[in-house]
Ligand binder design. Structure first.
Ligand SMILES: [Zn+2]
Length: 381
């Protein structure tokens, strides 16, 4: 559903005519000249004012009219590259050298031109015969792999090796459409139900518990709170204990977030749809008071699950809280109105099925949620 941008670069060997080779050399030369001029001016300006300033290419064209003979894009690229080189250097001098002057003999020559889209077409084009570049025209090239027709050229970098060979790397961008997620079925849908003693219970009977270390942190927290309550308020010991307690709170919050992200990621990757009941979180917290250290995380868990599913084009289905998911027998569909509110297991009076309250509820949440979701889909279509 979502459009994603991807890039591919094709590199080809260029075979320029003598005239084109001359213009290529000129372009390399202009880029080198401009780089060195700009760098010298940056240093001079910095020495005089303590400020970093790089003049634009236009500034140099009056004094050096030969700059006008070549494509102006590579000159802009020189300006950007020098800016980037200074930024990198100032951000991390250990990893990046201070920008250096370019000598004619140094390394390989190169320039980059960015593609502009005109009504007459893009300024950079790769065909079976070669590469078309601004001012240079079509340069013959050995093209092994043609770009696909929906790729759009972004930039072209021409390089010359020390041995005198010319190469051109053209970068293309294109949108990739992710295939829409398949319509969920009962086999690929998960129902999640609230649980009194676990983080949740799902329609397959899976009952995840918070990891053991998270539980231990919770026990430690309770111990520390008890100790604090015995101390004299405002005393030095009290303040120290309070600080320790704050740190532990923070630590638990991090552990909890970590657990929630992993758990929601696991579910969102494994299932095409997830159904939940729209529960009131304060109501849930009241019911589960003192239950486990993850109570506070259930809202975050639902949010994580929703966005992780939606990013993959999958369904996050919320059931109305009044749907009778607990009292309905999953085996036969009969509604058992007289179900005692605290019963953890019950036997269906209609078909005799022996049911776990939480798992039966999770299965009903899955099936009722999925049915509602598919009904809305068909109505919309
Ligand atoms: Zn039944």
């Amino acid at each position: 559903m979502a459009d994603m941008k991807q890039f591919t670069t094709l590199k080809v060997r260029l075979y320029p005519t003598p005239e084109q080779a001359e213009l290529l050399e000129k372009t390399f030369g202009c880029c080198r000249y401009l780089w060195n001029q700009m760098l010298a001016d940056v240093q001079e300006f910095y020495a005089a004012t303590d400020l970093q300033y790089i003049p634009t290419p236009a500034h140099y064209k009056k004094e050096a009219p030969f700059l006008k003979e070549v494509d102006s894009q590579p000159l802009c690229t020189v300006h950007q590259n020098l800016r980037r080189a200074f930024l990198d250097f100032f951000r991390n001098p250990a990893a990046f050298r201070y920008p250096q002057f370019k000598t004619k003999k140094a390394r390989r020559d190169s320039f980059t031109t960015y593609c502009r889209q005109y009504r007459s077409g893009p300024t950079v084009l790769m065909t079976k015969e070669g590469v078309r570049l601004p001012k240079l025209g079509l340069i013959r090239a050995k093209v092994h792999r043609s770009p696909l027709h929906w790729w759009s050229p972004r930039s072209a970098t021409v390089t010359k090796t020390r041995s005198g060979k010319y190469f051109c790397s053209v970068t293309f961008g294109y949108a990739v459409q992710e295939p829409p997620a398949p319509l969920p079925t009962p086999e690929t849908t998960l129902g999640l139900n609230d649980s009194l003693s676990h983080f949740y219970v799902d329609s397959n009977g899976h009952r995840p518990d918070p990891p053991r270390w998270l539980e231990r942190s919770g026990e430690k927290l309770a111990r520390m709170q008890r100790r604090l309550s015995r101390m004299e308020r405002g005393s030095k010991n009290y303040e120290e204990q309070l600080q320790k307690l704050r740190l532990l709170h923070e630590h638990i919050a991090n552990q909890r977030r970590d657990f929630i992200h992993k758990e929601s990621r696991r579910i969102a990757n494994a299932w095409d749809a997830v159904c939940l009941r729209d529960t009131d979180l304060t109501e849930r917290a009241r019911k589960l008071r003192g239950g486990n250290v993850l109570d506070a995380g259930f809202g975050l868990f639902r949010d994580c699950l929703r966005y992780k599913l939606e990013r993959q084009g999958k369904a996050y289905i919320v059931l109305d809280p009044y749907t009778p998911t607990a009292k309905t027998c999953h085996a036969c569909g009969a509604v058992h109105e007289a179900l005692p509110p605290r019963a953890r297991r019950w036997t269906c009076p209609h078909c005799g099925a022996d049911l776990s309250r939480e798992i039966n509820g999770a299965r009903n949440i899955r099936d009722m949620g999925l049915a509602e979701f598919l009904k809305q889909k068909t109505e919309a279509a």
